[in-house]
Design a protein around this ligand. Structure first.
Ligand code: IPE
Ligand code: IPE
Ligand code: MG
Length: 252
């Protein structure tokens, strides 16, 4: 269906506040065309730009993109280096557009592990965009859900040892507050491209009640239409959070 027709079907008052995306399939897309994997990553940057702007246009407030996982460090060194270079180049190039579009950039993950140049560029853009309020773009870099949970548990244990927190009272709020994602609401919608139906160590704690949309489309080919389809799929779901369907209808 055409882009416009899909957009018209979207209910503007039920836009997911937070969308998280596992951007997968760059390598396979490149291979399909007979190119090196890095070509797919480059093409994937165009998809990122389009999805970021489309999300902001329809009123998404938080967009979290899984750009590089803890496990991705074990890929061939040449691919890791190329990805890091692509990250720096893209952030530098896209900063003016982020400003124009009122988008704030933030990161989650063990960014200290990234090359110094990457870190510098990232912190400059985070700083430059921090006053923007239309949408927050969160890049997950050197991130994994288990890493974040372990870090959070360590922080809580240290606070408990110092007597700042009573171990008997530790609850969900304490863990929420100690995670890298503390400032954000939990994702309402999680999208994964490329046909894989797994989480690959993404926001493990935060997606407890997220709606999940899997699509076979490879990330470099993920279009505005595909994004709208994911939103429509989400809007067709009944989010029950453990309640019965009747209970949910009473609230609405
Ligand atoms: C996703 O595409 C991007 C990153 C993980 C950095 P892949 O590189 O995983 O592409 P496939 O899954 O091998 O096709
Ligand atoms: C998940 O994709 C990580 C990112 C999209 C950054 P992978 O391609 O690394 O995941 P697996 O290996 O297929 O599970
Ligand atoms: Mg992959």
């Amino acid at each position: 269906m055409a882009e416009k027709a899909l957009l018209n079907q979207i209910d503007p008052i039920r836009i997911p506040e937070h969308v998280a995306i596992i951007m997968d399939g760059n390598g396979r897309w490149a291979k399909k065309q007979g190119f090196l994997r890095i070509f797919g990553h480059r093409q994937g940057v165009d998809t990122v730009r389009n999805v970021v702007e489309t999300a902001a246009e329809i009123g998404v407030k938080y967009l979290t993109l899984y750009a590089f996982s803890t496990e991705n460090w074990s890929r061939p060194k040449a691919e890791v280096n190329a990805l890091m270079q692509l990250l720096v180049d893209s952030i530098e190039k896209e900063t003016p557009r982020l400003m124009q579009n009122g988008i704030r950039l933030e990161t989650i993950g063990n960014v200290a592990q990234l090359p110094a140049g990457c870190n510098k560029t990232l912190s400059e853009t985070v700083e430059a965009t921090k006053g923007n309020t239309r949408m927050t773009l969160i890049l997950a870099l050197s991130y994994s859900g288990r890493w974040d949970i372990i870090e959070a548990v360590r922080k809580i244990a240290i606070d408990a040892k110092k007597g700042l927190i009573d171990p008997e009272t530790i609850g969900e709020d304490d863990l929420n507050a100690a995670l890298n994602t503390a400032r954000y609401p939990n994702p309402d919608l999680l999208i994964r491209t490329s046909g894989e139906q797994r989480i690959s160590n993404f926001l493990l704690w935060e997606i407890a009640y997220s709606e999940i949309h899997f699509t076979k489309v490879l990330w470099p080919e993920f279009s505005t239409e595909d994004f709208y389809k994911a939103i429509l799929d989400y809007q067709g779901r009944e989010r029950r959070f453990g309640n019965t369907g009747d209970q949910i209808k009473q609230v609405v």
